[in-house]
Each structure stands twice: as structure tokens, then as C-alpha cells.
Design a protein around this ligand. Structure first.
Ligand code: SAH
Length: 233
């Protein structure tokens, strides 16, 4: 579970408790406003170990290091966003992910949620069905709902075995591909850096839907290299 810029330490503690009750323990905090904090400890109650082992990072990149599947949570639907799932469908889908997949669930800021750039990092978005007139849950309550669905789904199906399968691409490998695509697009004249519009965001959505593995990323990067060298030659 990754909380992006949580402002209330009490919510961090309540999220830790929510996770503990559902047998989850890997909490990552991206630039928390105040942490560690007495309110976080008080709200964590018996889940202090989740707080004490929480990883604090300066950037989302650091938080997603090594992840192969990123799911964001949002009370709102977004234009130009990734596919939207319910928590139940998300939990079922994560059960089918390869055992090697390292999954991150992103939660947004209490006031403003996740930015469009953060959402563009996600393979899919999870929306907790709620009152259409007031659909925004408290941050820790949203963590609880997701943790509960993951808990229920856990024993229903065994993860698929991945013997002989190439590993899913990590976040760093995906970022490497996007930087490479962007520089090749600029160098070729296809992308005007002064007027990038939504090209990179659309490409991210395309590749997030495809979920390429490491071998496929290597093919794409090799192809880009060859095209760039051909151009220079
Ligand atoms: N005004 C913000 C609400 C943020 S609530 C917005 O419109 O995005 C804080 C966080 O709790 C959200 O970023 C999301 O991670 C989670 N959350 C709250 N309600 C949710 C819902 N109905 N579905 C999924 N996530 C939700």
C-alpha cells in the first residue's frame, strides 16, 4: 500500500491498523506531511509494527521501485484514464498475477487525490462503489476496503506458476522505455518538445494495457536503438 503525500498522521496510523487486520504489512509513504507522529501511533493501536517498518520516500519513483503492477485508487473517474475496476475485481485480478509480480496500490492525498501524472503510472484504477452524491471515503477507510477485498480473495485461488515465463517488466524498465521513446520521438521530429500535448501519457496508457514483459521491453529498446543508429548512419 502506497500513500501519496498523506497530510494527516492519524490517517497513516488508521491505514496501518486497517492493513494489520487484513494481514498486509508493507506500507510506503511518499512525502508524508508529518511522520512519525503521536497521532499516527495512537490511531495504529496494536499495529505499531506496520508503522515502524513503513518506508518513507521522497518520490513516487522510489516508492514504485521494483513494482511490476501499479493500481491507483480514485473516487473520481478521469478523462483519458486507465481501465476502472471495483475492489473485488481488482482483488480477483491480482490473484491471477504471476507470483513474481510486486504490486503497488496507490492512495491519493486527502484533499486532492492522485494527480493525472500519477494516474498515468497505473495499469488500472480502482473505484470503490459509493453514493454518487458523496463518493469520497476517508483515506484510511479506502485502505480498509481494499485490504479487506485482498484478504477475502487471498485463499480462493492459488497464484499461477511462472516457470520459464519471462518476468513482468519493472517500473524502472517501463520508465527506461518511456524515456527512450520520448528522446527518439523528439530526435525524429515526431514530437515537438515545446508542444508535447498528450503523446507520452497516451503511450503510457497503451503500454500499461499491454503489460509487456522484460523480453518485450528489450525488443522495443533494441528496435529503437537500431532505428536511431540507422538514422545517424
Ligand atoms: N477529493 C479527492 C478525494 C481524495 S480521498 C478526490 O476527488 O480524489 C483520499 C484517497 O482515498 C483517494 O485519493 C483514494 O486513494 C481514496 N478513496 C477515497 N474514496 C474512494 C473511492 N470511492 N474509491 C476509491 N478510492 C477512494
Amino acid at each position: 500500500m502506497v500513500l501519496v503525500e498523506p497530510s494527516h498522521p492519524g490517517n497513516i496510523g488508521a491505514a496501518a491498523r486497517a492493513m494489520r487486520t487484513m494481514c498486509l504489512d508493507t506500507l510506503v509513504l511518499v512525502r508524508p506531511a508529518r511522520f512519525p507522529h503521536a497521532d499516527a501511533r495512537a490511531r495504529a493501536s496494536g499495529a505499531l509494527d506496520v508503522l515502524e517498518t513503513a518506508r518513507v520516500t521522497d518520490s513516487l519513483d522510489d516508492a514504485l521501485h521494483g513494482c511490476t503492477l501499479v493500481a491507483g485508487t480514485s473516487a473520481r473517474l478521469r478523462a483519458l484514464g486507465p481501465p476502472v475496476l471495483t475492489p473485488r475485481d481488482c482483488a480477483a485480478r491480482l490473484r491471477q498475477a504471476p507470483a513474481t509480480a510486486d504490486v503497488a496500490l496507490l492512495f491519493g492525498r486527502e484533499r486532492t487525490g492522485l494527480t493525472n501524472e500519477e494516474v498515468a503510472r497505473c495499469h488500472f484504477l480502482i473505484q470503490i462503489p459509493a453514493n454518487p452524491d458523496y463518493s469520497s471515503l476517508n483515506l484510511a477507510a479506502a485502505v480498509q476496503v481494499l485490504a479487506y477485498e485482498l484478504f477475502l480473495a487471498r485463499d480462493v485461488a492459488a497464484p499461477l506458476t511462472t516457470d520459464g515465463e519471462p518476468s513482468p517488466a519493472t517500473e524502472e524498465e517501463m520508465q527506461g522505455l518511456y524515456s527512450h521513446l520520448e528522446s527518439a520521438a523528439v530526435a525524429s521530429g515526431f514530437l515537438d518538445p515545446q508542444q508535447p500535448k498528450y503523446l507520452m501519457r497516451r503511450l503510457r496508457h497503451l503500454f500499461n494495457r499491454a503489460q509487456p514483459d522484460q523480453r518485450e521491453i528489450n525488443i522495443l529498446r533494441g528496435l529503437l536503438n537500431a532505428l536511431q543508429q540507422g538514422k545517424r548512419g
